[in-house]
Design a protein around this ligand. Structure first.
Ligand code: GUN
Ligand code: FE
Length: 424
């Protein structure tokens, strides 16, 4: 058993009481086994955390790793044109190598900026290679192949027939679900209502029930998309998904900007999960989601960067800051306080994927998905009398991350981290 002691840290636990404690964390293999003043106990490795801040790794609940290579290709277009003119032709041109490197590039950036878990959506083909990158990198992920069996604008290289889409998804699920010590999970990913036949969506519902896996899709992101759903299916997005029996606690909906009262009520009563992507919603001119309202109604809301094209980077610090700032002119200065936002970025994300007993906070018994920040640089210093959570949300940047640990393994450390290996 490998024992690692993280010593003398400021620990933002994100536990139920929002405790911030000063002390040590013992990690045995993949788990946190003790927190407190642990003294001089025998371990294999000591990580010196003096003057460092430790917190749970970020959980991003909506990412497209396959789009990392298309970074920046989203200027000045709205969703439907952007998909048709930029994204779909590029996704259709992917091969297995380009998917792998796109995923690795994205994962490298995520790990470096403190994200330890992602809910990811790939493209139609070559998803096996994205899973290989996920497995090799060590990041925690819920991912799946995108499903698209409908739509005049979908290029022939992406348009699938219904049974191939389902068969390939099930093959990937059987290969990857619960692999790598449970670090990798599969989710069905019908892209959005307007790229899927009703037949596909109904079969996805049955498969998700059969295998107990999530369904990850986009919904109510853009007014043009909503009008198209209504024209095609005679109902609003979430009402339609509910009508098909898909609205349950395993359904993860990215965006949910333009919900009417009936849709909000379905989300609330059925326990549907929502992912907020503020950077993407601004850049694609999609709108500002009513997140304070959803949170007040006790809906589950996570946070994600979406793909690199519609955000230019996958940095959770930027998403947290935008998440807080864009609501304040609408709902007032106390809306979306720093604690609420950091909760969305950690425990909130864990709840989206039903892993709230496994990740999302620093507590004994949980997986050791931990990040360490060095908040001594000019842009944060000298704000030490400021609430540590506020410091992380409003002042910290990705360059402050000095270590990222997933499942007890250090995936990234830089020269500001001091480690003593007791074998030497
Ligand atoms: N809706 C359907 N596909 C996509 C996508 O790739 N990105 C975003 N932001 N919205 C979508
Ligand atoms: Fe997306």
């Amino acid at each position: 058993m490998l024992k690692t002691l993280i010593q003398n840290a400021e620990i933002i636990t994100m536990n139920k009481s929002d405790d911030i404690v000063y002390g040590d964390i013992l990690v045995e293999d993949d788990r946190i086994t003790a927190i407190g003043t642990l003294g001089d106990i025998p371990v294999d490795k000591i990580i010196d955390a003096r003057r460092k801040t430790v917190l749970p790794g970020f959980v991003q609940t909506h990412i497209h790793l396959c789009q990392t290579l298309f970074r920046g290709r989203a200027d000045d277009l709205e969703l439907l044109d952007w998909l048709k003119l930029r994204i779909w032709p590029l996704e259709a041109a992917h091969d297995s190598d380009s998917i792998y490197y796109s995923a690795m590039l994205g994962i490298g950036e995520l790990i470096q900026s403190g994200t330890t878990t992602i809910v990811d959506m790939e493209t139609v083909h070559h998803t096996d290679h994205a899973f290989q990158a996920i497995e090799q990198s060590g990041i925690r992920a819920v991912s799946g192949k995108v499903m698209m069996d409908y739509g005049d604008d979908v290029p022939s290289g992406l348009l699938e027939n219904t049974s191939d889409s389902l068969d390939e998804s099930v093959q990937l699920l059987e290969k990857w679900h619960n692999r790598a010590n449970g670090r990798i999970q599969y989710a069905f990913c019908p892209r959005f209502v307007v790229s899927c036949t009703e037949d596909l969506l109904v079969q996805v519902r049955d498969l998700s029930n059969q295998y107990h896996v999530h369904v990850h899709t986009h919904a109510s992101e853009n007014r043009g998309e909503i009008a198209l759903v209504e024209a095609q299916r005679g109902m609003r997005n979430v009402v339609y998904l509910n009508h098909l029996g898909l609205a349950n606690e395993r359904l993860i909906l990215a965006h949910c900007i333009w919900l009417d009262d009936e849709e909000k009520e379905i989300i609330r009563t059925r326990g549907v999960k929502v992912t907020h992507c503020p950077g993407s919603n601004l850049k694609l001119a999609s709108g500002i989601a009513e997140i304070p309202q959803l949170l007040d109604a006790h809906c589950h809301v996570g946070l994600g960067a979406d793909g690199a094209p519609c955000n230019n980077n996958l940095d959770m610090f930027q998403e947290m800051r935008l998440c807080a700032l864009i609501q304040k002119p609408i709902y007032g200065p106390t809306a979306m306080n720093a604690r609420t936002v950091l909760r969305m970025a950690t425990m909130g994300g864990a709840e989206i994927i039903g892993q709230e007993d496994t990740i999302g906070s620093i507590e004994v018994g949980k997986k050791a998905d931990i990040i360490m920040l060095d908040l001594n640089d000019f842009h944060v210093y000298p704000s030490f009398d400021v609430d540590p959570i506020s410091r992380v949300v409003y002042s910290a940047t990705r360059s402050d991350v000095v270590m990222t640990m997933v499942d007890g393994k250090v995936l990234m450390e830089d020269r500001r981290l001091h480690t003593v290996d007791k074998d030497i």
